[in-house]
Design a protein around this ligand. Structure first.
Ligand code: PEP
Ligand code: MN
Length: 374
């Protein structure tokens, strides 16, 4: 029999009710990266509560990349959490990474569990957590795996849902990328968008703190998430952020968190007037036509690629010509710039087109090897 350990705060019910009408009011989860001391927890919760936060987070066991850094205070934090839960009418979420964590969290009345990015990347860990959740009903939030692999993220949901958990939500916390400089974890917004196409009924929460890595970026990433119709935000907040034992640079004071949330621009889900919806449909029809023209242009280009492939084959000339490729890579982004298109986007696009052209010409060359030896 399913046992419901959580008290299901109205905000949580709203998140899982899949209602999407009117203005998008983001569901907010906030709290420190790590629970450090009873006083730090109490002070942080007290001010966040004043700022209107009702659903909290706090890491107890911290997965760290290198040993020796702070790995969380562990299970001694659970009674501290129980204590603040008694003082304030709140729900509390913690990260679990093993069956033992789940058992201890459930025993101490934790309301929501989340699976972190270093666990969702590992099917063994997710399965262990899923097995330990059989017969329990508690909301489980699943962060994206550290690497940008949509199937791995979807797979984690399949495992947790197969264990009988009905309330699940996804947390987009960005993806590790060694080339990235601006963000701690690159947002790759297309992946959460693809996630929503695959599992539209799962609420999507953004974690701007772990995407940003620094507090100055948190409002910008939060606004972007709302603009993309995300259902909620999980944001780290600490009573004295600079003294935090983990993730000091990205945490906000509870007051600045409140200020930020109030300054976020909320958007409407749909157009209210029929005339405006009609105008939107009209612009979309024009976009459909523009996309069709784009595909026709690509089709024309590919036909020319075949022609050049035949010609090279006839004359026994190699497919790849680095000087030509260099020329393409220099001219197309420059043309894009003149048309006020993003040169980096066009460079990426031509990377794909060129790859396909090379593939096509190689296929032509391989079709009838004998013919090319004239
Ligand atoms: C966290 O939420 O504190 C955390 C460790 O996040 P992630 O799993 O996204 O790195
Ligand atoms: Mn953190």
């Amino acid at each position: 029999m399913a046992v419901n350990f959580g008290r299901n705060h109205p905000m949580i019910e709203e998140l899982f009710s899949h209602k999407k009408e009117g203005i998008i009011k983001p569901f907010i989860i906030s709290g420190p990266c790590s629970v450090e001391t009873p006083d730090q927890l109490f002070q942080t919760v007290k001010v966040l509560y004043k700022e209107g936060i009702r659903v909290f987070r706090g890491g107890v066991w911290k997965p760290r990349t290198r040993p020796g850094s702070f790995e969380g205070v562990g299970a001694i934090a659970l009674p501290w959490i129980a204590e603040v839960k008694k003082k304030f009418d709140i729900e509390f979420a913690i990260e679990v990474a093993s069956a033992q964590h789940v058992e201890e969290a459930l025993k101490s009345g934790i309301d929501i569990l989340w699976i972190g990015a270093r666990s969702s990347v590992n099917p063994f860990t997710v399965q262990e957590i899923a097995d330990s959740l059989k017969g329990v009903n508690i909301p489980v939030l699943i962060k994206n795996p550290v690497n940008p692999d949509l199937s791995l993220w979807l797979g984690a949901f399949e495992r947790i849902q197969a264990a009988g958990i009905t309330e699940t939500a996804a947390i987009h916390r960005g993806f590790s990328n060694f080339r990235e400089k601006k963000y701690r974890n690159s947002p790759n917004w297309q992946i959460p968008i693809d996630f929503r196409s695959a599992l539209p009924e799962i609420p999507m929460i953004c974690d701007p703190s772990h995407i940003s890595g620094k507090r100055s970026l948190v409002p910008i990433v939060s606004q972007k998430a709302l603009d993309l119709n995300f259902d909620g935000l999980m944001i780290e907040s600490h009573i004295h952020p600079d003294e935090a034992w983990s993730d000091a640079a990205q945490q906000l004071t509870p007051q600045s968190l409140g200020l930020m949330i109030r300054s976020l621009q909320t958007r409407k889900v749909h157009f209210e007037e029929e005339g405006k919806q009609h105008k939107l449909d009209e612009i979309r029809a024009q976009i459909d036509q523009a996309d069709h023209d784009l595909l026709e242009a690509i089709h024309r280009r590919m036909a020319l690629v075949e022609k050049i492939g035949d010609f090279k084959k006839l004359n026994n000339v190699a497919v790849l010509d680095m000087d030509r490729w260099k020329h393409i890579l220099e001219t197309r982004p420059a043309w894009a710039n003149e048309l006020k298109l993003s040169p980096s986007m066009i460079e990426e696009m031509f990377g794909l087109i060129h790859q396909e052209s090379i593939k096509k010409q190689t296929e032509i060359l391989d079709q009838n090897p004998k013919e090319s030896q004239d």
